[in-house]
Design a protein around this ligand. Structure first.
Ligand code: BTN
Length: 246
């Protein structure tokens, strides 16, 4: 991963760029990095605040040879690698389902996975990662200040971007190879150990409905299993999770 790096000063979105490169034949493991994004994309139509020079914004092009329904597992592979590299850097990072990475309950990184596929076959997957490394409070827009943080804010010192990127890409490659060789089980176990969501009371918002309950487990495909007050077990494949305080 990252042996071929497409580096840009400024892009609308590294995911968009990676998608086009993949359509034009870019190979598995090529990475697109930008110093800043002018239209960084978050999940569910949101934007990812991407000021220049401070943070890490990249997208990896993957050709994993998976059926499309297994593509979401790649997001969890990336979340595990992210949480581990943040822990290597000295903070207590945790994963909030499915793919937010938090320090002390504040979001430090996010992942946006997009795919091009036919019903039976994935052409390619774009795994886009944004990590707040050196953003200070004043770099965040007002509305994010209560919920966002950066590695530098958590450590109280500046973070060396290239070094962090190298460590993350190494981790990502290790977990990806293990996943592609042996399947999802090891990733799932590690994800659970790094999770702040399991065992919590949660409010889940999906495109269609809201659901309250206790986050019990993730199933073999990475879906969140929520036990409702009525006792039923609901399977959530995609959505936003709010962790409710008891
Ligand atoms: C989220 O938590 O909502 C996902 C955020 C993903 C942001 C990254 S930054 C690099 C890549 N390019 C994008 O446009 N988005 C992802």
């Amino acid at each position: 991963l990252g042996r071929t790096i497409h580096h840009h000063e400024s892009l609308p979105s590294t995911n968009e760029k990676a998608f086009r490169l993949a359509q034009d034949g870019a190979r598995h493991g090529e990475v697109v990095v930008a110093e800043q994004q002018t239209a960084g994309k978050g999940r569910r139509g949101r934007t990812w605040v991407s000021p220049p020079g401070l943070n890490l914004y990249f997208s990896a092009i993957l050709r994993p040879g998976l059926p499309p329904q297994r593509a979401p597992e790649l997001t969890l592979v990336a979340a595990v690698a992210l949480a581990e590299s943040l822990r290597d850097a000295g903070v207590e990072a945790a994963i909030k389902w499915p793919n937010d990475v938090h320090i002390d309950g504040l979001k430090v990184a996010g992942i946006l996975t997009e795919l091009s596929a036919e019903p039976e076959r994935v052409h390619f997957v774009i795994v886009g990662v944004g990590v707040n490394l050196n953003s200070q409070v004043e770099h965040f827009p007002e509305e994010l200040r209560a919920t966002a943080t950066s590695l530098s804010l958590a450590l109280g010192q500046p973070v060396h971007r290239a070094r962090f990127a190298a460590s993350l890409w190494t981790r990502l490659e290790e977990w990806l190879d293990l996943y592609l060789d042996t399947g999802f089980d090891a990733v799932r176990a590690r994800w659970k150990a790094l999770s702040s969501t399991l065992g919590q009371d949660v409010l889940v918002r999906t495109d269609r409905h809201e659901l309250r309950g206790r986050a019990e487990d993730i199933d073999p495909s990475g879906a969140l299993l929520v036990r409702t007050a009525e006792g039923s077990l609901e399977r959530v494949l995609a959505g936003d999770v709010e962790q409710l305080r008891p």
